[in-house]
Design a protein around this ligand. Structure first.
Ligand SMILES: *Cc1c(COP(=O)(O)O)cnc(C)c1O
Length: 360
């Protein structure tokens, strides 16, 4: 059965080469073949993350590590920076892990103000901050550098950053930013099938985790660090996903990271210009707009559901009709992963072709 090509902001379209790589030989994970596979991915994925530190592989979606961060790191109180569906939910997850949590909540579509973080942390009592770099539900790109500088100015406060829909789409330099945990699921910006997360931890994060006696096992950061020494993972990993990650990282480096970022910028600009031509407003304000997806406000005179359905039916292309509480009120178009100006043009042409039928 033919399925539409995904231009939704995750999961995104996966290259045939990536699927092919997943069919690599079955190997045991406690042996030399696996250790070689694990080690072979390290140099490339470290370049993507901008670090010399180990990159850990978790067989889970991003939420595994997002919850893991709370369980490994929060001892006093966590500050969750909330500006959309994913960042808001992190506050709920902090609470459901039994942690003391506070949040800074801004309206969906707005970015987090670093000065509000400074003011909140100055109240004292916090030891961890969570930030979603690129809030996929609203298309907001938060000021990561400014926020990390604020958090770094407070002693013993760890910064955890979700880069699910930004890592590899734009430059992120983990080492320079001095953040404590950077994590990403692979089915968005990295364009793998869902089922794996990658993450990096600072020494401070590992030291904190080591003193946390109820951090559990599956997402225990200390277990990841210990197993990394043997090029291995704590429990049986999704080996096909690691073949896929190896293939994708090689492809990224072959393209060149700078070129890859530039391609994303070009594709993103194409969508913005398309929106401008139609008079569609982006939800986030200028200066805080994602480079990997575009979130538009649905105009009153557009039958959005009908439009999206007919794009799928007639062009086998899927865009998204909004997420969470702004479902139906916004629509989102992804330019993550392997898209090119040609594939973006094809998608925008399909949108244009169906649009007049659903505007009143
Ligand atoms: C999709 C997404 C998540 C959650 O990913 P899962 O794969 O569902 O765990 C978290 N954060 C951001 C920014 C996302 O876009």
């Amino acid at each position: 059965m033919s399925k539409p090509k995904l231009f939704i902001p995750g999961p995104v379209d996966v290259a045939p080469e990536t699927y092919a790589a997943m069919a690599g030989p079955g190997i045991g994970h406690r042996g030399k073949d696996f250790e070689e596979l694990y080690a072979s991915i390290q140099p490339g994925i470290r370049q993507v993350v901008g670090t010399t530190r180990p990159v850990f592989f978790s067989t889970s979606s991003a939420w595994g590590i997002m919850e893991g961060c709370i369980r490994n790191l929060v001892q006093k109180k966590v500050l969750n920076l909330c500006c959309g569906a994913f960042s808001d939910k992190w506050y709920g997850v902090s609470q459901s892990c039994g942690k003391e949590a506070e949040k800074i909540q801004v309206e969906w579509g707005q970015a987090i103000d670093p000065e509000s973080v400074r003011a909140k942390l100055a109240e004292g009592g916090f030891d961890t901050v969570t930030l979603v770099h690129n809030e996929t539900s609203t298309g907001v790109l938060n000021p990561l550098r400014e926020i990390s500088e604020v958090v770094k100015s407070f002693d013993d406060v760890l910064l955890v950053v979700d880069t699910v829909s930004s890592l590899s789409a734009m430059p992120i330099n983990y080492d320079e930013l001095e953040i404590d945990v950077l994590l990403a699921g692979v089915q968005k910006a990295i364009a793998l099938p869902p089922g794996l997360a990658v993450f990096v931890t600072s020494d401070a994060a590992l030291e904190r985790a080591a003193t946390q006696d109820d951090r559990g096992y599956y997402f225990d950061f200390c277990e990841f660090a210990k197993n990394h020494e043997k090029n291995n993972t704590p429990s049986t990993p999704a080996i096909p996903h690691l073949y896929a990650l190896q293939e994708r990282v090689e492809s990224m480096l072959a393209e060149g990271l700078e070129k890859r970022y530039e391609r994303h910028r070009t594709n993103n600009t194409m969508v913005h210009q398309w929106g401008e031509r139609h008079g569609f407003q982006l939800l986030p304000p200028a200066g805080f707009r994602s480079l990997s997806l575009s979130c538009f406000v649905t105009p009153e005179n557009l039958d959005q559901a009908g439009w999206i359905k007919s794009i799928i039916a007639n062009h086998q292309i899927a865009i998204n009709g909004g997420y969470g509480k702004i479902k139906g009120k916004t629509f989102r178009i992804s330019n993550m992963g392997n898209e090119t100006p040609d594939t973006m043009r094809e998608m925008l042409d399909a949108l244009d072709c169906e649009l007049p039928k659903f505007l009143t």
